[in-house]
Ligand binder design. Structure first.
Ligand code: PBG
Length: 330
């Protein structure tokens, strides 16, 4: 024993106490970087519960408003809204209805809690009867016709008071068209959070159950991007920034940390990551069985997403995280 060389470097010195560890911690997650997604149902008879997403509800406009106020009280500054219309049709008309469910929810939340940052998803898939994110023409998703409707949707949400519109349909040119439409209508202060690198992912499964938005035929691979491609993600982000995006987003998060890191190194714009429904469900399911420590796993995944380089995180755990933080500080 005595002959073995003693450690020259001792990184453990700075791990000795909680205070020392805190002093040298490189990354943190704060509640004020989190965005809580909310599902808003138009039809009060729609079931509130989402079996694959325990703890997440389909809320009426009133319930969503109360929830946004609750979140603000807990220090969660922002929500992103997804609409569940009473009726769907081939053109997704509920998406750009001035009195659609999301438009009404935006108005109600901005009225009750003006300080809450309200983001709204701009897509057709929750509103179309075929479940695709755009308009179907001859069995294909028509890019340019879809973009027109997406721009219309964004304008109607801006008119209702959205702070940021969040195009997620992965149609080419959607950000430029939305920016131009917003500016034309006098909404130059409404920002765009672009789902820039949105991958064709199986992690969206629970969301599609929640929104009844699974495509009735085919899949989304002709518009959402191939999970195998990193350079393509960077190109998508570059295009969205060129087109006028204020914040660019990568989605999903945990399986795409390398994309977040690469984007952080390449671009100076604010970077968002969306920890999607399937990521939430995996953690919830294991936690319900007592197989993992839910809080510890959530904290670890959020730290990982921040460490990879995301500035803000859209996560279904936002409210729980805020509650845990509050409880441990009290
Ligand atoms: C709309 C949209 C989807 C998600 C966000 N916006 C569904 C999809 O693309 O199928 C997924 C979010 C999640 O899984 O939490 N296009």
């Amino acid at each position: 024993m005595a002959d073995l060389p003693r450690a020259l470097h001792r990184p453990r010195r700075l791990r000795r106490t909680a205070a020392l560890r805190a002093l040298v911690r490189e990354t943190s997650v704060e509640t004020d970087r989190l965005v809580q997604p909310l599902f808003v149902r138009e039809d009060p008879r729609t079931d509130a519960n989402i079996p694959s997403m325990p703890g997440i509800l389909r809320r009426t406009v009133e319930e969503a408003t109360a929830e946004a106020e609750d979140l603000a009280g807990l220090g969660v500054p922002a929500v992103i809204l997804f609409g569940l219309p009473a009726q769907k049709d081939s053109l997704g008309q509920g998406a750009y209805d001035e009195h659609g469910v999301v438009q009404e929810a935006i108005r109600a939340i901005k009225d009750a809690a003006p300080e809450v940052v309200v983001m709204s998803d701009v897509c057709l898939c929750e509103y179309t009867d075929h479940g695709h994110c755009g308009v179907v023409r001859g069995g294909r998703i028509d890019n340019d016709v879809s973009v027109e409707l997406l721009a219309k949707t964004a304008v109607s949400q801006a008119r209702a008071g959205a702070d940021l519109v969040a195009p997620s349909a992965m149609m080419d040119g959607q950000v430029a068209a939305i920016r131009a439409a917003l500016d034309r209508e006098g909404f130059e202060e409404t920002g765009i959070l672009a789902y820039a690198a949105k991958h064709a992912s199986a992690f969206y499964g629970p969301f599609r159950e929640a929104a009844g938005s699974a495509p009735r035929f085919g899949d989304r691979r002709s518009y959402q991007k191939d999970p195998a491609n990193l350079r393509e993600s960077l190109r998508e982000i570059a295009l969205d920034l060129e087109e006028g995006a204020d914040i660019v987003m990568i989605k999903p998060a945990l399986a795409y940390l390398d994309v977040i890191r690469a984007a952080r190194e390449r671009f100076d714009a604010p970077l968002a990551a969306y920890a999607v429904s399937g990521e939430y469900s995996l953690i919830k399911a294991a936690a319900e069985r007592g197989w993992i420590d839910e809080r510890a796993v959530v904290e670890e995944t959020l730290i990982a997403i921040r460490r990879a380089g995301a500035d803000l995180i859209l996560t279904y755990h936002a409210k729980d995280f805020a509650r845990w933080r509050r409880a441990s500080r009290a």
